[in-house]
Design a protein around this ligand. Structure first.
Ligand SMILES: *Cc1c(COP(=O)(O)O)cnc(C)c1O
Length: 386
């Protein structure tokens, strides 16, 4: 086998398009140079579009978690009470960040594999009027669930003044995000998922209401103090040295998304989700999530008659195909297929074909081509509909 060839089908980091890879190899430049500020000023309005906001999107150098922590330290103070909606391990991470900053986190724990119900959020806020912020996860990567972020503000407004803070790391750029229309106060994403870049950049935007809260907060920390970033971004600059190579890559990645067109990008992700789900249905292998809850960017499969981890190991060594395992109590129970960013329906056909061979090799009695054919049929029916 060609050992160098790999198929990275985990929900981040994701594959990098060749033109993005090349853009990142351009010669280094000074971060205070006019070239750097031209680069940032070109990126600025395009990121606002990705977030669906008129607010500037701040670029941090750090993994996605740096922006989650920035969201916490800038908006709430030690002793404050918040509500954290936990639908999986990333919701749990938000709660842990709050606790690390001595913020009291009330948890709404939802069964892993399901999305949260906005009515439950509303009733918890009614019971706890001291809550200053609600933390939620858009796509819960650990389970492959898409949460109802578009209707969260309807549940919060009217009963609470709490800010709505959303982790969109594993889907912003792949699914429609309307931060302003949906009245989201803070939205966060990272570079290594839907944005087709290596890890190392995190993005965070805040509503006007959130900025007022941030301005009044006396303890914003140092490196993650968003007021510093906002001030410098107005001059198309950053307070500290940014990951310049990644910014060059971001410029190119945004170009690719813009050339394809955002509605087409979103449709491609929906199509990949539907192809993947149809394949496992045809193969009679259970999915963790319902159709209504399933994410466009990652699919969780919950086999009932073979070992998920042994299966992943087998296809990794057979084809160089990487899939993710389960986290927390789902460890060993599920495997997760990432289909976001630089990933096409053609990639999914190939992935499903490799998976079928893996299934046979692990001893599962399936008919080769059944999953591929189901995915092909989904593809053809979408083509017909256009
Ligand atoms: C990947 C991911 C993060 C960020 O993780 P890092 O390892 O810090 O980049 C945060 N939230 C979600 C939902 C994610 O999928």
């Amino acid at each position: 086998m060609l050992k160098e060839q790999t198929f990275l089908r985990i929900p981040g980091p994701t594959p990098i398009p060749p033109s993005v890879q090349q853009a990142m190899n351009r010669p280094m430049m000074g971060h205070r140079s006019s070239e750097a500020s031209d680069l940032i000023s070109s990126i600025k309005p395009r990121l606002r579009k990705v977030f669906g906001s008129t607010q500037d999107v701040i670029i941090l150098t750090g993994s996605g978690t740096s922006a989650l922590e920035a969201a916490v330290v800038n908006t709430v103070m030690p002793g404050d009470e918040v509500l954290v909606i936990v639908t999986g391990s990333f919701g749990d991470r938000f709660a842990k960040i709050c606790e690390a900053h001595n913020v009291t986190a009330h948890r709404l724990d939802v069964e892993w594999g399901k999305s949260f119900q906005t009515e439950e959020v509303r009733s918890l806020l009614q019971k706890n009027p001291a809550i200053q912020a609600v933390f939620a996860t858009y796509c819960e990567t650990s389970t492959g669930v898409m949460n109802p972020i578009d209707s969260l503000s309807e549940a919060v407004n009217g009963v609470s003044e709490a800010l709505i803070i959303v982790d969109g790391v594993s889907c912003v750029g792949a699914v429609e995000t309307k931060m302003d229309d949906w009245k989201i106060d803070i939205m966060v994403t990272g570079s290594q998922k839907a944005l087709m870049l290596p890890p190392g950049l995190a993005f965070i935007a805040a509503s006007e209401r959130a900025w007022r809260r941030i301005e009044d907060n006396p303890s914003r920390g140092f490196y993650l103090d968003l007021l510093k970033y906002r001030k410098d971004l107005q001059q198309s600059s950053t307070p500290f040295t940014p990951a310049i190579s990644l910014l060059l890559g971001l410029d190119e990645a945004l170009k690719l998304l813009e050339t394809e067109g955002y509605p087409e990008v979103f449709d491609r992700h929906t199509l990949m989700k539907e192809m993947t789900r149809a394949a496992f249905r045809a193969l009679e292998i259970p999915l963790l999530t319902s159709d209504a809850d399933a994410a466009e960017t990652v699919t969780s499969v919950q086999p009932d008659d073979f070992d998920a981890d042994a299966f992943r190991k087998l296809v990794k060594s057979e084809f160089g195909l990487s899939m993710a395992g389960g986290q927390g109590h789902l460890s060993g129970q599920i495997f997760r297929i990432g289909h976001m960013g630089y990933c096409s329906p053609a990639d999914m056909l190939q992935t499903i074909a490799m998976i079928e061979i893996g299934l046979l090799k692990i001893g599962k009695n399936i008919e080769l081509g059944k999953g591929v054919s189901a995915a092909q049929n989904v593809y053809m029916s979408k083509e017909g509909a256009q």
